[in-house]
Structure formats: C-alpha cells, structure tokens
Design a protein around this ligand. Structure first.
Ligand SMILES: NC(=O)c1ccc[n+]([C@@H]2O[C@H](COP(=O)([O-])OP(=O)(O)OC[C@H]3O[C@@H](n4cnc5c(N)ncnc54)[C@H](O)[C@@H]3O)[C@@H](O)[C@H]2O)c1
Length: 381
C-alpha cells in the first residue's frame, strides 16, 4: 500500500523517498519494476524515477530530512487472531534517532484503536515534538492510483494545525476530506472492513442454506436483486478472506473485548465455505479416487496476491479427500501451481476459487464436475 501512495505523491510534484527494510523490494523499485500488480503503477514508477521525484532506500537516514513521514507497514493479527500491538512501535523505535521536532508522522496502516494516541505519547516521552495523524488507507489493492483521486481522505488528528498540514499534503490529489479524532478514524477503518466482511458472510450463509437444499442460489439471488432498490449493493457469494477483512474484523472484536458476535459469526461462516463446497462436490461424485482442480489462488479476482487466500485452505482440505489436487492461477507466482490447461485436462472436479476473467470462457467437459460458487464460468464480463 505504501508504494502506490509514494508514486502518487511523487507524480504530484512532491519530492518523495521510500524506506523499506526489504532490500530486494527496494532494488526492484530502483530498477523501475513494480513488485506487485498495480494498475498504471509501472508507468508511473518509471516516470518519477526518471524525473528524480522518487528515490528508494533500504536505510532510514533520509527520514531526518522529511517534513512528512507516512508509515504503512503490515499489521497482521497473530496465529490466535489477536492484534499485534508491537509492530508499529518497533518500526518507530527502529528509526527514532532519525526523527526530529516539527515533523508530521502519518500512520496509514490499519491499527488497533488507540494506537495513534499511544504513538503520540511515546514520542513525547522521547522528548520529540512530532505531530501525529491517523489517515487510513482505504483504496482497493491493485487500483490504488486511480482511487487516491476519487476517494475522500479521512484525517484523524486532535489538533487543527495537524489536520491542516495533512490536508495540504493530500490536497495534491484530493479536495475531499473527512476530519475526526484519531481513535474515531481508527474505528472507522476497522468498521468499514468488518462491514464488508459481514456482508460477504451474510450472502455466503444464504448460499449455503440454498445449496444445502439442492436449490439454485443464482435464481434466488437474481430474484432478490432484480429491480429491487432495497437490495442494492447485495454482493454475490464467494470466498472472502485476504490480508485485510478477516484480521480487521478480529481487531474490532478484540477492541470490543470479544463482544462482537456478528464479527465472529462472519469469520466462522466465511471460513467454512471451502468445506461446504467440498461437501457439494461429494454429493455429486465420490472424491476418493478423483483429481480435483482449484482455479484461482489469489484472494480476489485479477489479483496476484495470495496472502490469506482461502484457496490454500481449500487445497489443504481437498488433499484429505481426493487422490490429487491441482492448483492454477494466471497471476500468482507459486512453484506449487500448474497451468490452467493442465488442470482442465487432468481434473475430474473443478472448483473456481477466485473469479478471474479468464475463467468466464472456460469449456468444461461433460464428464467434469464444476463447483462454481461465484457463478463465474460462462457469465458475461
Ligand atoms: N492490502 C490492502 O488491500 C490494504 C488496503 C488498505 C489498507 N491496508 C493496510 O495497509 C497496511 C499495509 O498493508 P500492505 O498490504 O501494504 O502490507 P505489506 O506487508 O505488503 O507491506 C508492508 C511493507 O512494509 C515493509 N516494512 C515492514 N516493517 C518495516 C519497518 N520496520 N521499516 C520499514 N519498512 C518496513 C515491508 O518490508 C513491506 O514492504 C496494513 O495495515 C493493511 O491492513 C491494506
């Protein structure tokens, strides 16, 4: 998330520096290669490297020269799905000797509520007079550059002077701001993601109810949605996971002292969908001696990001049920994967796990079983 923002700042005429501890990523960026798929990213990267507006570093010295520091590191939950409070703190401790009075630190990672206040107190205890704001990243991975210019920017800061400074910075590409206290902004971000996760869980549960009874959920969904404004925005069913929605729902659960039954129920439902889809296949065919194919290992359509994708849980569950599991994805780089052609040729049962465009035109053999929760195969783009 940090790189597209850095590109957008640099392309708007601001001298921008990136610091990352991952030297391989920094080397790629210096060579003008995007480390992941981002619409318009590579073109913009080459442009801002060529005109000198962007530089990439694997050491933090440059930080002392910056007026604004935007911190965008990953904030995963731990193996027990509990928030990790120390990542941001450790990242700041790692660069503390390069911070100086008068700078503005913008926290952009999705964080546990109250963390911005904690950081501010910590810096003050270190004798540093640094303004702290929380401005959550809300763009969709892969489309960040486009969305920076279309989404309003949330500014969470206690002092008006900090709000004004941050507005000036983001004002390079938006004039639409929402101001609030940092903890309100922290909650706003978590609730946005939890809302989406709960919506997906709701439709996934509807899907499971209908398919459990052998009914065509697509017909039901069409009936729910067609020319009926009160179901506007009703999503379709599908695997819901990825690097944000689950962990942010769990951060909100932890903040509410685990009194968030909707959030926990959403996790149980969404995480149980792969097992349900395998059960649907088992009703049609005995899987024991069959080869199964999983199409799409990324966590969402047209993405190369497999982080926390349910496709891998799918694979794990299927390995217990059938003779062989073949996985493929046109975007994900993983040596365990095979080609789409190989899966289509050898699999007896096909599961669509990520609804990439390429699967819309698939020709499934009459002897193959297709489990397509997304209703992707054969659908119009
Ligand atoms: N991925 C999304 O779609 C998305 C969308 C909105 C918000 N977010 C939030 O944005 C944040 C970042 O997510 P991401 O997917 O970009 O994470 P990421 O793990 O892909 O990227 C984080 C980068 O920070 C670097 N890093 C880690 N520790 C560091 C340190 N101490 N000093 C310097 N660099 C360090 C890593 O090497 C990595 O390159 C998370 O809080 C996430 O919840 C993500």
């Amino acid at each position: 998330m940090g790189l597209p923002l850095a590109l957008t700042f640099a392309d708007s005429g601001l001298r921008t520096d990136i610091y990352d501890i991952n030297t391989k990523t920094i080397e790629k960026i210096r060579q003008g290669i995007m480390p992941f798929t981002e619409e318009g990213g590579e073109e913009m990267l080459k442009r801002v490297l060529a005109n000198g507006m962007l530089q990439a570093h694997d050491t933090p010295e440059l930080i002392s020269q910056c007026s604004f520091i935007v911190l965008v590191i990953g904030t995963p939950v731990d193996e027990h799905r509990n928030p990790n409070f120390t990542g941001i703190q450790r990242a700041i401790e790692g660069v503390i000797s390069h911070l100086r009075d008068g700078q503005t630190l913008i926290l952009r990672s999705t964080v546990f509520p109250g963390l911005s206040h904690h950081v501010k107190q910590y810096l003050r205890r270190q004798g540093l007079d640094i303004a702290v704001a929380f401005c959550p990243e809300r763009v969709a991975e892969g489309f960040s550059i486009r969305e920076f210019r279309t989404l309003p920017q949330i500014v969470g800061a206690s002092e008006q002077s900090t709000r004004d400074a941050v507005r000036k910075l983001f004002g390079r590409f938006t004039d639409d701001f929402i101001e609030m206290q940092p903890i309100e902004a922290e909650l706003c971000k978590l609730m946005t993601n939890a809302w989406r996760y709960i919506q997906f869980a709701t439709i996934n549960q509807f899907y499971m109810i209908a398919s459990e009874h052998g009914l065509d959920f697509n017909a039901i969904l069409h009936g729910c949605r067609y020319k009926y404004p009160r179901t506007a925005g009703m999503p379709g069913p599908g695997l819901a996971a990825g690097p944000c929605l689950v962990k942010d729902t769990m951060q909100l659960a932890a903040f509410s002292h685990n009194s968030f039954p909707l959030g926990h129920a959403a996790m149980v439902i969404n995480e149980s969908l792969p097992a349900h889809l395998i059960d649907l296949a088992k009703r049609k065919v005995d899987l024991t001696e069959k080869t199964c194919g999983i199409l799409g290992m990324a966590f969402k359509a047209e993405s190369d990001d497999p982080r926390d994708s349910l496709s891998y849980k799918f694979r794990k569950l299927l390995l217990l049920e059938c003779k062989e599991v073949l996985c493929s994805d046109p975007y994900v780089h993983d040596p365990q994967l095979t080609t789409l052609e190989d899966v289509l040729r050898r699999a007896d049962v096909l599961f669509v796990a990520a609804p990439h465009q390429v699967y819309r035109k698939l020709k499934v053999r009459p002897d193959q079983v297709l489990i397509d929760v997304w209703n992707c195969v054969g659908s119009e783009p």
